[in-house]
Write a protein that binds this ligand. Structure first.
Ligand code: F6R
Length: 616
């Protein structure tokens, strides 16, 4: 995620650092584990601090910067390397010729790092960003032309990046580039700006240019020129920003929750980034558990709470199918206070967005005391669960601000699937082409999620029509079962409506007694290409409709049986069974959010809840 701001002017003053600090404050929602700023004019200065932005601001107040004509700033959400002063941006090259900030993940960092090692260029951080900074300096040293150097370096990078850099040799010029990561230019009077989004400079100018994919922009105080990575000039289209500063922080959405639901395609795509080598083999460098131990694992126990536990429920279906290892799901607080059977051959997978949930942390400690290895799937770098586990697989959902979890959930499922495929590769359960096939399927999910987001208005209309409901039930089978439970949880916590999720097959064993005339029931329908599952769910729909239920069905496009059976149909794109949860949860999140808004509730901060539950 990370937030980036850049400023360049014709005059030297203290304005740049003020503009950048203001921009970083509005971008703090993009990351808040460290922040930094570098400026250049008659002299060069750099300040960076781990911790929230305030730590940087305090340092700047204590040690004011010299006057400058350009400034770049960064607020970080760690992806490579823990939150620390050294890993904070901006980075400065070995020869002090380049200062650079970066947002994104460089996939071919290992190869680029080796080239630096061969030249005896030492790294002072663990970041992929510093590696890019040194390469930019090497390219700059050849020609003394920063623009040409940027052009050279970007073509060598794989992955996602927004880069903003300057050289103290020419402090009236900024260079920036983007691929798969956002960058917006702001046009001022005698000064210009760049930012991760318009929140970076919305208090300075409302005139902006959005940079396209694979483009480089060169800015001075009076000129902005854009070109493609291939060197073709681009005529940037200016537009007027009509958001106020508050809306800008939320990317133009009225709430963080809506923004974060819209972040889901990126959360899945980013979590998939940089996981394979050239031969298609999965490489999980951060998995510091000896492969010999992983080969011998005879049981996986997922420990987590709430939404994170439901991600584990989904993963159980995939990991058991791919790896033939039994997977148990345990609520962390239940696991901790009984006498769980774990051994050195048990792999504990602790899932947590915050990495600070006390129940999960206590369960991690307990499991390690019993001799089990703990692998954490965590979204927040440097968090306690990440630090105390034997290994960490990070989700790259970026900071989740809304209390109820949405984008972290799809990222957690994605990370669990990566783990499952890695274990299948390691243990020889799947051939490499099969693993590549599943990774391809996962790679198509962001686009499919984006298609569902286009139906937001239709789903919101449905939610508004049910704003006076007092109870909503959710049914699912197979991977649809945990999604039913997650849909119910979202509705409870956001809209304060009684909601229950059931396994559809369990209905006749009791819950069907709840069905009466008009009872709203969501049914998550499996793909019709799995007729055994699908037909059973269609029968379940008939059973509850016969008793008066009003059925809202989430089914694949083209599922005619579901279309006939349901009172209201929401379609999702076709996908293989195990990929369905990444799609079917999205309408349920939108539904709960829209229904809560229709009731006038604060969806970002539901009553009685906290984002990180740091007490047991
Ligand atoms: C529900 C929700 C919670 C969290 C749970 C675990 O929307 O957000 O159920 O999933 O408190 O939190 P983490 O993932 O931070 O451990």
């Amino acid at each position: 995620m990370c937030g980036i701001v850049g400023y360049v002017a014709t005059e030297t003053s203290l304005r740049g650092s003020e503009v950048v600090a203001g921009g970083l404050a509005r971008l703090e929602y993009r990351g808040y584990d460290s922040a930094g700023i570098a400026v250049a004019g008659d002299s060069f200065a750099l300040v960076k601090k781990a911790g929230p932005l305030q730590a940087l601001l305090d340092e700047l107040a204590a040690h004011p910067l010299p006057e400058h004509s350009c400034a770049i700033g960064h607020t970080r959400w760690a992806t490579h390397g823990a939150p620390s002063d050294a890993n904070a941006h901006p980075h400065v090259s070995f020869d002090s010729k380049i200062a650079l900030v970066h947002n994104g993940i460089i996939e071919n960092v290992a190869e680029l790092r080796e080239e630096l090692a061969a030249r005896h260029i030492a790294l002072s951080s663990e970041t992929d960003s510093e590696v890019v900074c040194h390469h930019l300096a090497l390219a700059y040293a050849k020609t003394g032309d920063l623009s040409a150097a940027m052009g050279d370096v970007v073509t060598r990078l794989e992955g996602s990046f927004t880069l903003v850099a300057f050289t103290p040799d020419d402090p009236q010029r900024l260079l920036a580039a983007r691929r798969n990561s956002p960058l917006v230019v702001g046009l001022g009077d005698g000064e210009n700006y760049v930012g991760s989004d318009v929140a970076a400079f919305v208090d300075q100018t409302r005139t902006a240019i959005e940079l396209g994919q694979d483009q480089i922009v060169e800015l001075t105080g009076t000129e902005v020129s854009i070109r493609t990575f291939d060197g073709e000039p681009v005529e940037g289209t200016t537009y007027e920003v009509d958001w106020d500063a508050d809306a800008a922080v939320k990317g133009g959405y009225p709430t963080f929750m809506e923004k974060e639901i819209h972040d889901e395609p990126a959360a899945v795509a980013d979590t998939l980034l940089a996981r394979t080598d050239d031969t298609g083999h999965l490489h999980l460098d951060e998995l510091r558990i000896d492969p010999a131990i992983l080969r011998q694992v005879d049981k996986i126990v997922v420990i987590a709470c709430g939404t994170a536990a439901y991600a584990g429920h989904v993963a159980k279906y995939a990991i058991e199918h791919w790896c033939r290892i039994p997977v148990e799901i345990e609520l962390a607080h239940e696991f901790r206070y009984r006498d769980p059977v774990v051994s050195e051959k048990t792999l504990i997978v602790a899932i947590s967005q915050s990495g600070e949930t006390m129940d999960t942390l206590m369960a991690v400690r307990h499991a390690r005391e019993q001799g089990a290895k703990v692998l954490a799937i965590v979204n927040t770098h440097g968090s306690t669960i990440a630090r105390e586990s034997d290994a960490v697989l990070y989700t790259h959902a970026g900071p989740e601000v809304a209390v109820a979890s949405t984008k972290a959930f799809v990222a957690q499922i994605t990370a669990c699937y990566i783990l499952g495929l890695y274990l299948a590769q390691l243990r020889g359960n799947k051939y490499i082409d099969e693993i590549s096939g599943y990774l391809d399927q996962l790679g198509r999910m962001p686009g499919k999620i984006a298609q569902i987001l286009e139906k937001e208005d239709e789903i919101a209309d449905l939610a508004r029509s049910l704003k006076d409901a007092t109870s909503v039930l959710f049914l699912g089978r197979h991977v649809g079962y945990p999604i039913a439970m997650e849909g119910a949880l979202k509705l409870k916590e956001l809209a304060y409506i009684h909601a229950e999720g059931f396994a559809a097959g369990e209905l006749k064993h009791g819950p069907i007694a709840l069905i009466e005339s008009g009872q709203p029931v969501f049914v998550i329908c499996p793909t019709p290409r799995r007729p055994l599952l699908h037909n059973k769910v269609i029968s379940n729909i008939e059973e509850i409709r016969a008793r008066g239920a009003s059925v809202m069905c989430i089914a694949e496009e083209g599922d005619e049986a579901a279309a006939r059976a349901a009172d209201h149909l929401i379609t999702v794109p076709q996908a293989p069974t195990l990929m369905h949860p990444l799609l079917t949860v999205v309408p349920l999140q939108i539904f709960a959010c829209a229904l809560a808004e229709a009731k006038g509730l604060n969806v970002d901060k539901p009553r009685n809840l906290a984002k990180a539950v740091t007490v047991e």
